[in-house]
Design a protein around this ligand. Structure first.
Ligand code: TRP
Length: 333
């Protein structure tokens, strides 16, 4: 019996993933390997939509790949690869840009959010067409489902529209993918400002998976709470404390209700200690495994090359079919 094909991607924009990435995405990717033919991609072409130093870029791609393996993605069972190793992403990306309306792209809220501060004028055209490349990532592999967070829903809708548009206008070529939005996923908030999502751009409120146990403990113990003293899960009125409950629940794979039953009514100190210990217990072996992989560059290269090779083989038939259906010279039959 063939397993459903799924695909997801993550940007190599940091030297370490944070616990929001891990609990919100990576852990689900690992679980999904069992029943799906999973393709997971480190999207380095997406990362250059903003200016980045080449040395850092290379480093971040390797560290990201190593962390995905450390998280438990099995490079044998799943196809784990780096986007720029597969030229077909750029090839289909261009086709998707030509299929996307300017107005349609202008409605993407993520682009609007990302350029809200500096203005769209100083953003790259690549940042504007980012969702077209993302559509190519997905459609190339004929993915049936795409595990992503709620923030990617609009990009997924665009991907579906583009697939249907191509299928109607040219030839039945693409599987129209379903979003797979993990609902029960813990939304991890900034420890210093629990009105915002945890983000690498605010390191003080962000626990990185590769932080030392000391750093992790310090950050969690200094988390902002509130002027009351009693633990209660109430995201509206007690976002800081509720966030700590969510973190502890995620790190110990318990429900929020379960953690609240244990710590509710108590003081903040014990909750913080428990949360810090639980996160350290997850992050420490993760960091050790990541370091092990980074210390063996030849093995890491081998894994990346192998993933790239498998992904190229899976992607090529789609590019051939697309080029042929559109009457492009390279796709002549
Ligand atoms: N845009 C996604 C994010 O920021 C990353 C991504 C790129 C992606 N290509 C993808 C996710 C394809 C799913 C499928 O999280």
């Amino acid at each position: 019996m063939s397993r459903p094909r799924i695909l997801s991607g993550i940007q190599p924009t940091s030297e370490s993933f944070h616990i929001g990435n891990y609990f919100g995405a990576l852990r689900h990717w690992v679980a999904l390997q069992d029943d799906n033919d999973a393709f997971y991609c480190v999207v380095d072409l997406h990362a250059i939509t903003v200016p980045v130093d080449p040395v850092l870029q290379r480093e971040r791609t390797r560290v990201s790949y190593a962390q995905l393996v450390a998280a438990g993605i099995d490079p044998q069972r799943s196809t784990l690869f780096v986007q720029s190793d597969v030229p077909a992403h750029s090839q289909l990306g261009w086709v998707m840009m030509c299929l996307t309306g300017y107005g349609e792209a202008s409605r993407m809220t993520q682009f609007k959010d990302k350029t809200a501060k500096g203005g769209a004028g100083s953003a790259s055209v690549g940042l504007f067409t980012y969702p077209c490349l993302q559509a190519a990532d997905i459609l190339l592999y004929q993915a049936a489902a795409v595990p992503v967070g709620e923030d990617q829903r609009q990009h997924l809708e665009l991907t579906r529209d583009l697939a249907e548009r191509f299928n109607n206008r040219f030839a039945q070529t693409f599987v129209v993918p379903e979003p797979y939005i993990v609902k029960d996923t813990a939304k991890i908030l900034d420890l210093q400002d629990p009105s915002a999502k945890m983000s690498k751009s605010v390191p003080a409120g962000c626990v990185f998976m590769l932080d030392t146990p000391k750093q992790i403990t310090k950050k969690i113990k200094s988390a902002v709470t509130d002027s009351e003293t009693e633990v209660r899960y109430d995201p509206q009125n007690k976002p800081g404390v509720s966030n700590l409950i969510s973190i502890l629940a995620a790190a110990t794979e318990r429900t929020v209700a379960d953690v609240e039953a244990e710590f509710g009514g108590g003081m903040y100190g014990p909750l913080k200690v428990a949360a810090a210990e639980a996160v350290v217990a997850v992050a420490e072996p993760f960091a050790a495994r990541t370091r092990e992989l980074l210390d063996d560059p030849a093995e890491l290269d081998r894994l990346m090359d192998n993933g790239g090779q498998r992904a190229r083989e899976a992607a090529q038939p789609t590019v051939d079919a697309v080029y042929s259906a559109m009457g492009l010279q390279a796709g002549r039959v």
